[in-house]
Design a protein around this ligand. Structure first.
Ligand SMILES: [Zn+2]
Length: 297
């Protein structure tokens, strides 16, 4: 069985003036429901504010939780932070943390939301409110774990890199399209910027060659994996040329590296943009089931 973390609050109606496609999490849930008994469902709790404040500025945490985020920050996020959005933002990091705890017990678990890697200390950005990866990694580190965040979204994991910088028990890896958002990159433990148009063979080769030395050099107890599907050739906001089969091969590669080392892995979703919400959700679900087939105990 594949452990999947989902919360009803993940599926929210779109706030007014939003360019983000809010239907994706519902479509992911529906497609996973079709997998039947293969999936074991788990529901997370919202995280306490103190756990958010371990990586985010307490004033920003208070602004979000009270749904009083100033207009300039809302613009940077890409949508207004309503009470519904605020409730979702507090539960998604709980989902990534629960996925990590389940992975430690069962080899693998997936959060059906999260991967909010652009959120910074004092503001959200790029459709991200709180940085669930950094919140979960900081909490796990507090409990004595060494955590490697592997970010394969086509956009750099700038927020995660900035929020976890200087923590000896956390490391960050980001493989991304160099010319893509964000314009100003942060410094991850290891950044792998790619030129536009990179296809399957080159992508998988570079991923393996760069990730293995970091994995073995850092020696994590757990991998948090941002499995964004926007390196896909047809993605509206990607700049790479990875095929559907290439994405599946990527998940097999990452899962295989974890399995060879006996490492638990918790995945989140991430980017995936275009008009066909169901096709994008299907890519996320394929990532979850591919990872689960290799890693779930
Ligand atoms: Zn992205």
């Amino acid at each position: 069985m594949i452990a999947v973390v989902h919360h009803p609050d993940y599926v929210t109606p779109a706030p007014a003036r939003s360019t983000y496609r809010w239907g994706k999490n519902g479509a992911i849930r529906d497609l996973l429901l079709e997998e039947g008994d293969r999936i074991a469902w788990h529901c997370p709790d919202p995280v306490p504010p103190a756990w958010l404040e371990a990586v985010h500025d307490p004033d920003y945490v208070a602004e979000v939780l009270a749904a009083r985020v100033p207009a300039d920050k809302a613009r940077r996020i890409g949508f207004p932070v309503t009470e519904t959005v605020a409730r979702r933002a507090q539960v998604v990091p709980g989902g990534t943390l629960l996925a990590a705890r389940l992975a430690l017990a069962r080899g693998f678990a997936a959060n059906t939301a999260g991967g909010s890697h652009h959120a910074l200390a004092t503001t959200g950005a790029g459709y991200c409110v709180f940085n669930d990866l950094a919140v979960a990694a900081a909490r796990l580190a507090e409990e004595g774990r060494r955590v490697l965040v592997v970010d394969c979204d086509v956009h750099q994991g700038d927020g995660t890199a900035a929020l976890l910088a200087g923590r000896p028990d956390c490391a960050t890896y980001s493989i991304h399209a160099d010319k893509n958002f964000p314009v100003r990159k942060a410094r991850s433990t290891l950044d792998v910027p790619l030129p536009d148009g990179v296809g399957d063979d080159e992508y998988l080769d570079i991923l393996a060659r760069t990730l293995v030395p970091l994995l073995d050099g850092f020696g994590p107890d757990l991998i948090l994996y941002q499995a964004g599907v926007d390196p896909f050739a047809g993605d509206r906001l990607g700049r790479l040329g990875v095929s559907e089969a290439g994405l599946v091969a990527r998940e097999r590669l990452v899962a295989g590296l974890a399995r060879e080392r006996g490492l638990p892995l918790a995945s989140t979703v991430g980017g995936g943009y275009g008009d066909d919400t169901v096709a994008i959700a299907a890519r996320h679900v394929r990532a979850i089931t591919t990872l689960g087939d290799v890693l779930a105990r």
